[in-house]
Design a protein around this ligand. Structure first.
Ligand code: 6PG
Length: 207
């Protein structure tokens, strides 16, 4: 089995579509994938802002992934963060000892340096115990979110950070400058403990 956690936003959508229509990638073994959502906006699952709605419409509806292996965050329910944390713990506990972690996480980055729903200066940045928490971002719509924490993300086997477009260029320059602080640029807190981190940038974001 392969535990995959996906972010949303506008950047990865073309990638997700391509995974489905490009014959080179169509044979990804979705039957073996456990699909998780990195962060969710606190809206119903059929709301246009729902991250899961995008994942469902681009991937779930067009692959043979078994429905019980798809894990939406029910972000409008009370205790959604705790429920998702429990679901992750219970599912990952089925794995061999030492492998109870996510295999592949795809992250994006906002122009303010946030990743997942870990926003500059927000309390979730200091969370060292929990795997999933609720958080809020003053610059995003809608502000209320449920998000995976550094603890869970940094335990992953592989983290891909995908950033494209000119609107992210100044932030990428700040991230590349030595001495940056995760409290200001939360993406800098992504440092896998025993895994690999790889950036995927285009020329517009990083000429
Ligand atoms: C979300 C994401 C978030 C996203 C960045 C970048 O719910 O918005 O999971 O962390 O990756 O905000 O978003 P864009 O790709 O739209 O710039």
């Amino acid at each position: 089995d392969f535990h995959l956690a996906l972010s949303c936003g506008s950047t990865p959508e073309p990638l997700y579509r391509r995974l489905m229509y490009d014959p080179n990638f169509r044979d990804l073994p979705w039957k073996r994938v456990q699909l998780w959502i990195v962060d969710e906006r606190c809206v119903p699952l059929d709301d246009p802002h729902s991250n899961f709605k995008m994942i469902r419409e681009t991937i779930v509806d067009h692959s043979d992934i078994p429905r019980e292996q798809v894990h939406p965050i029910l972000a409008t329910q009370a205790g959604a963060d705790l429920a998702y944390e429990r679901q992750l713990q219970e599912t990952l506990a089925w794995r061999e000892k030492g492998h109870d972690r996510l295999d592949y996480v795809l992250l994006g980055m906002g122009a303010d340096g946030h990743t997942a729903s870990l926003f500059p200066g927000s309390p979730a940045l200091a969370e060292s115990d929990r795997l999933v928490v609720s958080n809020s971002g003053p610059t995003v719509t809608p502000p209320d979110r449920i998000t995976m924490t550094y603890r869970l993300l940094n335990a992953s086997r592989f983290i891909a950070v995908m950033v494209t477009g000119q609107s992210k260029r100044a932030t990428i320059a700040r991230v590349a400058r030595p001495g940056g602080n995760p409290a200001d640029l939360p993406i800098l807190g992504i440092r896998p403990a025993g895994g690999e981190l790889r950036w995927y940038l285009d020329g517009e974001a990083c000429p």
